[in-house]
Every structure is written in C-alpha cells, then in structure tokens.
Ligand binder design. Structure first.
Ligand code: ARG
Length: 498
C-alpha cells in the first residue's frame, strides 16, 4: 500500500514542507511502546466483544509484536511521510497482514482517543519516575541533616541576619517542601491514570466496545468518562507541568542559597569537584555552575506550564491539531526535572559543610536581640513591647559603643531600662551572657517546628518514617502497572497461541 492511509478523501499528498511541518513522528517516538500496548488492548477487547474474529486478532497481535521488536532493534525508518506514529504503526501492520485483517485494528477508535491513551500512559510513568527521584533526594537530605542537627547557622530574612538556627533545620525545611511535591505527584497521578480509550473522535462509537476491559488491560484506574472531555481535555497535562514547575521552584531556591553560601564571603559550603566547573582563563575558579543550571532550567519548566496553558486557552472543545504540541514541552520538562533532582541528590550527598565557620559567623552580629527580648518577657515580666524597646536601645548602645550585646554590663543595662521603659530592671551578667549564647538560645526555642535540636531530631525521625510510607505508596503504584503489563503480555500470548 503506497501513500497515506488517512488521505483517501484527498487528491494530493502533503507537499514535502507541509508534511515536515505537520508530522509528530519525532515526539511520538517516546510513545511507540504505549501505542502498541494501546492497540493490542483495544483489539483484544474488540475480539472479546465479538467484533474482530480470532484469526484476524492473531495476525494483528503477531504483527504488532513484530513491529515492536523491529522498533527496539532499530530496524524501522520512520519519516515525515507519516503524520504520526499511529499512522506508521497501522500502515506497517497492514503492510504485513493485508487490509482485510490489518484494516480492523482501528475499528471503533480515533486517533483522538488513541493519542491521549499513549500520552497518559507515558506521563503516569514519568510522574512515578519524578516521584522516585524526589524521595531519593529526600533520603540524601536526611542523611546530611542527621550529621548537622547541632550545626549552628545563621538564618536570614531580607538577606539580613535574623535568628540563629541549624543547618539540619534548614535542610529539613526543603525536605518538607519536597514531601509535598511527592503528594502533588501522587494526586496528579491519580487523575492522569484514567482511560480515555473508547471516546472515539469526540462523541463515542456505535461499535459495542468495552471501555472497562481496555482500562483493565492497560492498568488505568477508571475511565475518563465523557467522550468530549476524554479527547480534548489536557488539564491533567497542565497539572503535571505545574507540579514539575513547583518542584523546580523548590530546587531553584536551594540553588540560590547554595550558590551564595559557596562564595568566599560566606564560605559555609563547598561543592564536590565533580559538581563544579572552572574557568577558561581564571585558574583559581571553582564555579557552582551545576546549581546555576538547575536554577536556570527551572525557567524551562515554567515555560512548559505557560506553553500548555496558552495552547488550551483558546481552542474550541473537541480535538484540534494544536494539541499535538502537548508532547514536546512535556517530554522536555520531565527530562529536566528528573535530571535536576538526580544532580541535586548528588550535590547534597557529596557536599562539604564548613560547620565551624558557619557557627562562628552566627555568633557575629546582634541576632540574640530577639532571644533577650523574649527572655525578659518570660523571666522578668515585661510586656513584649517594653522588652522590645529596651532591647532596641541596647542594640543602639552596642553599636554606638562598638561592643557586643553579651558584653553590656549590668549597670549599663539598668540605666538603659530606666531611661527607655521608666523602670530599672536589674540583671546579673550571666543573664545577658546566657541570653546570647547560641547553644542555649537553640535549647530555649520551644515552639513546635523550631530549630531546637531535640525538636529537629524528632522531626527527622518522623520524616524518615514518612519517607518509608511514601516509598511504599510509590511501589504499590509501580506494582499495579507491572501487573497490568503482565496481564496484557499474557493475554496477547494467550490469543497468539490459540
Ligand atoms: N498526531 C496527533 C497528535 O499528536 C494525533 C491525533 C491526530 N488527530 C487528528 N484528528 N488529526 O495529537
């Protein structure tokens, strides 16, 4: 059979330029296996419904399996003369077994439901692969955090010294964000993993199909029921892009921190050499360029989100060819997210942390001010605003006298309190010293979720337990897919051997 199988109504072929412009075969290469699986499930169902006779089904399934093997052994040439992989595969099968049997494979189906089956099957795997990498990153984070529960570190707001914290506390903040990313991926998965097959071009089919059966054979949990929604909805793809973009935004902020903390001025951390680059001219350079690339590529995933949203915003209900453009940005987006997560896990597992320097830097400055103010509230019965005023005056005093907060003498303290709040507060020197000692400060932090090392240890244990549960949830989804793959394989083998 020569020429397109889809153009019987038309008198001419696409001109060559239009064919190249029109085809989706390049991006479809990623859904080759999915397309074979989808067609096998559909045709098995058609046979079981009494629509395709056994002899034809056997020929079809054999031809499809042969095609799959030829694809995997690199024997197939697929060019722009095919509109898409769906045309290629159907035509290839017809070429093998003839139009009488081969011509049955597309009964009761349209490319509009076919293509979303393939993309949903691909995207569900991508979501699980991303989810697995999120968990692996969290595993790396927990390992590093374990050794830094007592590593004192400055925390910043507005890029200015804010409160004293620990490096583990910082790390766990991102572990929590990533745990939410994991939840988002799982929820998105549950919406992606639904069967659109059987929706036809837009309004279903008069062929007596069984949509539940193809769902079972393909591992979908339920149907995308409405035939218009099934063929033209892409909100699930937008959601996948959105979840990916959010993950990248989290990674990007870690990158921003780590890039700054790798500077000579901060010198808190150093990337392992295998994650750093140098310069073509400045021999001394060690650049955190890998982090910069992750941060930069987050833009690419935001681009995917905007691209998909823009694509769907103006098109009428029902399939339009615009939707062909769903695939390339999605594939690119998943590639970027997966690699970025892997590299970030590598960076975290090999990170050199200058704990001593971190702790030293936290001692400088005036961050004990808030601790001192709170202690005056709890132990000296000042109202918070009185205490705030008093400590602000102490801060000004220490700046004027060029002395540290902890070196302010009790006499100066009494005098300042008299002057600012109209009451003399007597303190002994140890009160101020203890109020400004970083270790004691952390110990006194009592709010849930604070960097108090005991609290951080509790959280770490709790999150490690959660991680195990997340792995279990992920694996059960993977197992369900493997089972359906087995089922399809066995069913194909059974019919071929009948
Ligand atoms: N190549 C198309 C895509 O990727 C497949 C669906 C085409 N449907 C159609 N009626 N032209 O979206």
């Amino acid at each position: 059979m020569t020429g397109s199988i889809f153009r019987s109504r038309l008198s001419k072929a696409f001109d060559e330029r239009t064919a190249r412009f029109h085809t989706s075969v390049i991006e479809d290469m990623r859904i080759f296996d999915e397309d074979i699986d989808g067609t096998e499930a559909h045709d098995i169902m058609l046979h079981e419904q009494g629509i395709i006779p056994l002899e034809s089904l056997k020929l079809i399934l054999k031809a499809l399996e042969e095609t799959r093997n030829e694809w995997h052994s690199g024997k197939l040439q697929i060019g722009p003369e095919f509109e898409d992989i769906h045309e290629f595969i159907e035509k290839h099968v017809i070429g093998k077994i003839g139009l009488e049997s081969g011509g049955m494979i597309h009964t009761g189906r349209s490319r509009n439901d076919q293509v979303v089956v393939d993309i949903r099957m691909k995207v569900r795997m991508d979501l699980l692969d991303v989810a697995e990498r999120v968990l692996q990153l969290n595993e790396a984070i927990f390992k590093l955090a374990e050794t830094h529960v007592d590593t004192i570190m400055m925390m910043y707001t507005h890029s200015q010294h804010a409160q004293i914290g620990t490096f583990a506390h910082y790390l766990l903040s991102y572990a929590d964000a990533l745990a939410r990313d994991f939840q988002r991926l799982m929820e998105c998965y549950s919406r992606v993993n639904k069967n659109p097959l059987g929706a036809g071009p837009i309004g279903g089919t008069s062929i007596r199909i069984n949509r539940e059966r193809t769902a079972e054979l393909l591992g979908f949990e339920g149907l995308v029921e409405n035939s218009i929604d099934a063929t033209s909805g892409r909100d699930w793809a937008v959601e996948a892009a959105s979840v990916s973009a959010i993950i990248m935004s989290n990674l990007s902020r870690i990158c921003a921190d780590f890039i700054e903390w790798s500077t000579r001025e901060f010198n808190y951390i150093e990337l392992a050499d295998e994650y750093a680059s140098s310069s073509s001219i400045m021999p001394q350079k060690k650049n955190p360029s890998t982090l910069e690339l992750i941060r930069g590529r987050s833009a690419e995933t935001y681009g995917t989100l905007v691209e998909l949203l823009s694509m769907v915003k103006g098109i009428q209900s029902g399939y339009s060819q615009d939707l062909q453009g769903t695939k390339p940005p999605l594939w690119r987006c998943f590639d970027t997210v997966k690699t970025s997560l892997e590299i970030m896990a590598g960076i975290i597992s090999t990170l050199k942390v200058n704990s001593i320097h971190m702790a030293e830097s936290a001692k400088e400055g005036l961050t004990a001010a808030v601790e001192l103010a709170e202690r005056l509230v709890t132990e000296k019965n000042l109202s918070f605003r009185e205490s705030y005023r008093l400590v602000a005056a102490l801060v000004r005093y220490s700046i004027e006298k060029n002395t540290r907060l902890e070196d302010i003498q009790p006499e100066a303290f009494s005098e300042i309190s008299e002057r600012t709040i109209g009451r003399e507060i007597k303190l002994d020197a140890s009160f101020i010293k203890e109020s400004t000692d970083a270790k004691l400060i952390l110990k006194r932090r009592r709010s849930r979720g604070s960097p108090n090392p005991e609290e951080v240890r509790r959280k770490l244990e709790d999150r490690k337990k959660q991680l195990k549960e997340s792995y279990a949830a992920l694996n059960s989804k993977r197992e369900a897919i493997s089972k359906s793959k087995e089922l399809l394989k066995e069913t194909v083998a059974k019919y071929i051997s009948l």
